[in-house]
Ligand binder design. Structure first.
Ligand SMILES: Cc1cc2ncn([C@H]3O[C@H](COP(=O)(O)O)[C@@H](O)[C@H]3O)c2cc1C
Ligand SMILES: O=C(O)c1cccnc1
Length: 349
């Protein structure tokens, strides 16, 4: 594998005390009671800090849906067959999936990245071929991917960002079995019991959930040495997750706003944050998923999600749904009058 210093960029902390003070002042001087825009005020502040302006403009938002298959599905950890991964990729490209509809509604440029689907696609517009392999190996039997493959996925993820227009990246994913990979990464990197990290994913019943949890517990025991973020990613992760880690790191380096979706995109952000903690300054957490481990993951990341809609879909659907809130935050910051400009009296005393 290429040395991790070339794979992993250094993400500097956004230390900008003057801009921070200017943004706080700007937000507090808007014509509203102090703090009255609630969580949107934190978002306004964050967008200003990431984009380096008291009048930030969100430009050409790009939604990338990273797709891959998982060898662990051989152990019966999902309610759906692996073929759904490539079939849903076709559905994304045909414009019929939930994320396709939402991206169209909101004017988000959508591309599907084949990070490692076990299927050969016909090349076409909207589909990026970044296939590392036809699915990972079964992580209950050995490492999901080699260190070299993990490095390739990180590198490809970084390269995808080069030349991508705009200043916002929205994350999405598709991969039958990937709630298992995400639960394994959460358990290992946050040192949490696998029982509380494991959820129903596509909707496994009680018996299947018990089985899934046993498989994941066994898989963790199979990889006692995979303790660092990169070792855990290679042993337990997936190609779409590894490629998202690279994309998140590069997007952070380029000072893009990163809109995180649910449990699986969150797992990629968890790995990236363990490598370079300052990536979190650039991340907006769109929603809290109904997937059991997601609340724990968000707590681990000290993240406050924007929406609580009981979604458990993935694809980037939550990120797309939260997009109008980011637009509103940026527009309010730019266009709202101040007490002085509007001639409105400030608080008494
Ligand atoms: C039709 C269909 C569309 C989806 N879109 C996203 N997922 C979601 O479900 C999968 C993860 O759940 P598990 O770990 O249980 O397999 C991922 O592909 C995720 O994106 C879907 C799942 C299905 C069945
Ligand atoms: O939270 C998610 O992103 C999620 C949950 C269940 C299934 N697929 C994705």
């Amino acid at each position: 594998m290429t040395s991790s210093s070339t794979l992993i960029p250094t993400i500097d902390s956004l230390e900008q005390p003057e801009l921070h003070a200017a943004l706080r002042q700007c937000i507090d001087q808007k014509t509203k009671p102090l703090g009255a825009l609630g969580q949107l005020e934190a978002l306004m502040l964050q967008l200003g800090l990431v984009l380096g302006s008291t009048a930030p403009e969100l430009q050409a938002p790009q939604l990338l849906v990273f797709a891959a298959d998982h060898g662990l599905t051989a152990q019966g950890v999902s309610a759906y067959p692996s073929d759904v991964t490539w079939q849903m990729v076709e559905n994304f490209l045909a414009g019929g999936a939930a994320v396709s509809v939402l991206a169209r509604q909101h004017g988000l440029a959508l591309q599907v990245v084949d990070a490692g689907v076990a299927h050969d696609f016909t090349p076409r517009a909207g589909l990026v071929n970044a296939k590392i392999a036809h699915g990972t190996a079964d992580a209950s039997q050995g490492p999901a991917m080699s260190e070299a493959q993990c490095g390739q996925a990180l590198q490809r993820g970084r390269e995808l960002l080069a030349g991508l227009p705009g200043n916002v990246l929205l994350l999405g994913e598709m991969g039958i079995g990937n709630t298992s990979a995400a639960a394994l990464l959460l358990a290992r990197l946050a040192r949490l019991p696998i029982e509380i990290c494991t959820g129903r994913g596509t909707g496994v019943d009680d018996t299947q959930l018990t089985h899934k949890t046993e498989v994941l517990a066994r898989t963790l025991r199979r990889h006692p040495d995979a303790q660092t973020p990169l070792a855990a990613l290679a042993a337990l992760g997936g190609f779409e997750i590894a490629m998202m880690v690279g994309a998140v790191l590069e997007a952070a380096l380029q000072r893009r706003v990163i809109v995180v979706d649910g449990f699986i995109t969150g797992a990629a952000v968890l790995v990236a944050a363990r490598l370079q903690p300052a990536v979190l300054q650039r991340c907006v957490f769109s929603h809290q998923s109904a997937e059991a481990g997601h609340a724990l993951m968000l707590r681990e990341l000290q993240a406050t999600p924007l929406l609580h809609l009981g979604l458990r879909l993935g694809e980037g659907s939550g990120a797309a749904l939260a997009w109008p809130l980011l637009q509103s935050a940026a527009t309010l910051l730019r266009d709202m009058a101040s007490f002085a400009s509007a001639g409105v009296s400030e608080a008494a005393q």
